[in-house]
Design a protein around this ligand. Structure first.
Ligand SMILES: [Zn+2]
Length: 397
């Protein structure tokens, strides 16, 4: 991953002490279901899937149906499978043999959503089967207070990222991953960093430069329905009608937030799948002028979506930056020609080179390309020179 270059990474290894035989059994069941899940994922995804999102799309629902794993564990199992498949592909590129990954060991991946560290209490909690049941486990740290483990556990400079749990010879071990930003991020190692361009819109909530479309159809339909029902209730004008309107508005807002969360997740996952260092969004300060006929979105929804993307991106170690949206929708991404009449609603056709494309997809690529062409660079000494496409990446000149 490109962002690896930006961090020092260390692993804190320690034995775990569980608090009861029940907890022990629950964790054993979880780690066995995890192993089954990875094998299910491998069966479904082998020979067809190349990326994390491919594997998720192919295998996650089946894993959830056939095992006791909750949503986040199922996601992580898919990512584990994707990683294993990726290394097989790498081996094959070097003309080495690589057969379908089989998962046999009792080890399992956790992230910040499924494992929480409590440094003061020297313990962790782990999500087990289902999404909500957690076991507490004490870190069996060395007596010696100079043990290296304390450096990471108690130092705010080091942030916990993800870890693996191992069960060997009747004992539990945890490998906790920590990272801290490098001050000396060397330009030569990061100059090939790539960004993902994202366009926000009306019919598509978002489109990425890698051709991932987040359709707004369902959301637009839902909001039109809510508006219609509210209108009818307003006409009756009774007190109970007003109460119902309030409830409806609360429900609508929760639904919209839920959709925006999943779009934000999708954008961040797309960036991770394509090894991007960051995500470029349009600057929203002129959003009202740019999208006067918008239906699904209010300014509120766009800002929420941007907040969600920023939050999730930071969690994954990606940067988010914005671009003045001038010309992003009128410019041909193929030849760079800018003209008002290039764009006709959802269709884009260049008046100079004749290139046709989906207008929002063309715009998403422009967001990334213009970010680089206008000489922007991300904060904190990173450096980017390319943007991610559906396959591969492009260096604008
Ligand atoms: Zn053109």
């Amino acid at each position: 991953m490109a962002s690896d270059d930006e961090y020092h990474r260390r692993t804190l290894i320690t034995r775990l002490e569980l608090r009861s035989a029940e907890d022990e059994q629950l964790l054993l069941n979880t780690i066995d279901e995890w192993r089954d899940s990875c094998n299910i994922g491998s069966d479904l995804a082998w020979e067809t899937c190349h990326t994390k999102s491919d594997v998720r799309n192919h295998a996650k629902e089946t894993i959830k149906q056939q095992t006791g794993l909750g949503d986040q564990h199922a996601t992580l199992a898919c990512h584990e499978v994707a990683g294993a498949i990726k290394s097989c592909i790498e081996r094959r590129k070097q003309d080495k043999k690589a057969s379908q990954p089989q998962f046999t060991s009792r080890s399992m991946t956790f992230d910040r959503r499924t494992l929480t560290v409590f440094p003061d209490q020297e313990k962790i909690t782990l999500t087990t089967l289902g999404d909500h049941s957690r076991v507490h486990a004490d870190l069996a740290l060395p007596e010696n207070p100079d043990g290296y483990q304390y450096d990471y556990l108690t130092d705010d400079e080091w942030a916990y990222t993800e870890s693996t749990l191992h069960y060997r010879n009747g004992e539990w071990f945890i490998h906790l991953g920590y990272r801290t930003p490098r001050d000396d991020a060397d330009e030569s190692t990061t100059q090939h960093g790539a960004v993902l361009g994202v366009d926000f819109g009306v019919n598509q909530i978002a489109v990425t430069s890698t051709a991932q479309f987040f359709d707004a159809g369902e959301l637009n339909h839902y909001r039109r329905e809510c508006k219609r029902v509210r209108g009818e209730l307003q006409e009756t004008g009774t007190q109970s009608a007003h109460r119902t309107i309030d409830q409806l508005s609360g429900r609508e807002q929760r639904y919209v937030k839920h959709i925006l969360h999943s779009v934000a997740n999708g954008i961040v996952e797309e960036a991770l799948d394509h090894d991007c260092a960051g995500i470029i969004l349009e600057d929203l300060s002129d959003i009202r002028d740019n999208l006067p006929f918008a239906q699904w979105h209010s300014e509120w929804a766009f800002r929420k979506l941007k907040d969600f993307v920023e939050y999730k991106a930071e969690y994954e170690g990606l940067f988010v930056d914005t671009l003045d949206p001038r010309n992003t929708s009128k410019r041909c991404n193929e030849c760079g020609f800018v003209h008002d009449e290039n764009r006709h609603s959802e269709a884009f056709e260049c008046r100079r080179c004749g290139k046709q494309n989906h207008a929002d997809y063309n715009a998403a690529k422009n967001v990334a390309e213009l970010y680089l062409l206008r000489g922007h660079q991300p904060p904190r000494g990173r450096s980017v020179s390319q943007y991610a496409l559906k396959s591969g990446s492009r260096t604008p000149t």
